[in-house]
Design a protein around this ligand. Structure first.
Ligand code: ADP
Ligand code: MG
Length: 486
């Protein structure tokens, strides 16, 4: 592309406080029944007064610390006026010129500001809604093309983070959003699930720092990448054909993989921002910043580096464990149980542990639709399983069965192996005996082998394995079979 892409992001995240931003209605994203968690304050009744949710402010301060932003002495809330049915007061309490956080940096991208505001209600557009009491096919009470408003989300604390236009590609934008999501989760301030609308990304896109277009309605990382790629291409084509970019807001149309014009963008003055008269300015000296700092856990960047260094993991392995924080914690606990004094070196065991965690156990969690917190296996038992495998006491095939049993019962793998008589048979004498028997019983396979079919050995190993109830040492069996074919 002969033009330089310039991208800036605005990311909103719903904070997971117990109550809403300015009232004590519950902040419960799981609430399915509309207009349950509402009160006169968050539904904008005249004469009501808001109160600032301290926790929400603390959450944003933590995010600011995590991205190395500056916390000012004072901050304040402002009214952003606009009319839309999802906004019961006719204005949104937001922050204009004195946000909670100024500056910062994430993934090498400068952050302009982070502020706090309130979320809007949710509009549900439906057509042909039957009255609950009407019978099937009874059209008398059917409402056509109606919109409903659910105020459960109105007034939920919403953080907005704005970057400088430092991003130069769709991939970089998605990586930034992913890293931010991870940080929000590590800090425990938001679940930040894009598919659930808990984290929303808007992308400002221009070529050569020219007129920018804002793209909204991005509901996944994939959509973020797709929308930006599409928009860069569209703008390039407009410029190439001698046209001009219109400053506008476009929406990402996931179904058709394109952006569509929504409205010509409004300027800040259209919102007639003014200081919120119902709230006092925020003196941030009232917040225990030292304590908040202490509550920040090790963040993904530091953890990645530590995992690679401390456990000798590949960057890919470390990434898996950092992305899934619970998995990372489980890993560290299990790793600390691995015996360092064994014949196998600890590095190999640790890699074995990561593999069993991120493929076998993760597979089971997926299949059974459960999570690490809910299962019966503890890290200590998992480490014992790895010891059994690493020291050759069980083979990898039996390991799968033992893991499944641990998953079901929470039993100690040593007990499972002992009770089931599952110890790997590595005694050469015993293996030779089985091999001879199988060789004698399978003349066709032997003939194939002699004709050069290596596969025949696999078949014979399988037969021996069945005889040994899956407990044979596969490498030894292979060797012994070859040696005993005459
Ligand atoms: P507005 O006043 O239209 O909201 P801002 O200057 O406040 O615009 O910036 C909003 C977002 O747009 C920020 O994330 C910023 O980085 C980004 N942005 C600003 N200028 C450009 C540009 N020329 N191209 C792409 N993004 C831009
Ligand atoms: Mg905004």
């Amino acid at each position: 592309m002969k033009y330089q892409p310039t991208i800036g992001l605005e990311v909103h995240a719903e904070l997971k406080t117990r109550t809403k931003m300015f009232c004590d209605s519950l902040n419960d994203p799981e609430e399915k029944h509309p207009n349950t968690n509402v009160c006169p304050i968050c539904t904008g009744h005249p004469g009501t007064l808001p109160t600032i949710n301290k926790k929400a402010v603390e959450y944003v301060l933590k995010v600011g610390m995590a991205v190395n932003g500056d916390i000012p002495q004072f901050s304040k809330f402002d009214r952003k006026n606009y009319f839309y049915p999802d906004l019961p007061k006719g204005y949104q309490i937001s922050q204009y010129d004195l946000p909670l956080i100024f500056g910062g940096n994430l993934n090498g991208i400068r952050i302009r500001r982070v502020h706090l505001e309130e979320d809007t209600g949710r509009l549900i557009h439906e057509s042909h809604i039957a009255h609950p009491e009407s019978q099937k096919n009874d059209t008398r009470h059917t409402i056509h093309d109606a919109s409903f408003v659910d105020y459960n989300r109105a007034g939920v604390p919403l953080m907005e983070l704005v970057t400088e236009p430092d991003i130069t590609s769709a991939e970089q934008a998605a990586a930034f959003a992913k890293e931010l999501q991870m940080i929000l989760r590590y800090l425990g301030v938001s679940d930040a699930d894009m598919e659930k609308g808990q984290m929303r990304v808007e992308a400002n896109i221009s070529l050569n720092m020219g007129t920018k277009v804002e793209v909204k309605n991005i509901n996944s990382f994939k959509a973020a990448e797709g929308a930006i790629k599409y928009e860069l291409k569209r703008q390039e084509e407009v410029l190439e054909s001698g046209g001009k970019i219109t400053q506008e807001t476009r929406g990402w149309d996931d179904a058709h993989n394109r952006t569509v014009s929504q409205r010509i963008k409004e300027d800040a003055h259209d919102y007639r921002y003014f200081p919120e008269p119902d709230l006092p300015p925020l003196d941030l000296a009232h917040f225990d910043l030292k304590q908040l700092k202490l509550e920040i856990p090790e963040l993904p960047l530091a953890k990645r580096q530590r995992f690679v260094k401390e456990y000798n993991l590949t960057p890919e392995m470390a990434e898996l464990l950092v992305t899934d924080r619970k998995m990372g914690e489980f890993f560290e606990e299990a790793a600390s149980e691995l015996a360092a004094d064994d014949s196998k070196n600890i590095g190999e065991k640790t890699k074995l542990l990561v593999n069993y965690l991120t493929s076998d156990l993760a597979g089971l969690l997926m299949a059974k639709e459960t999570s690490l917190e809910e299962i019966k296996i503890d890290p200590e038992n998992f480490a014992d399983l790895i010891e059994l495998i690493a020291t050759g006491k069980i083979n990898s095939r039996v390991a799968k069965d033992v893991l499944a049993k641990m998953f079901e019962t929470g039993l100690d793998p040593n007990a499972i192996v002992q009770e089931g008589g599952l110890t790997q048979v590595s005694d050469e004498g015993a293996l030779v005996e089985v091999a001879k028997k199988i060789i004698a019983a399978n003349p066709n396979a032997i003939a194939d082998y002699k004709k050069g079919k290596e596969n025949a050995i696999m078949f014979l190993v399988g037969k021996c394995m069945a005889e040994l109830k899956g407990r044979g040492n596969p490498e030894l069996l292979r060797k012994v079979i070859k040696e005993n074919i005459v």
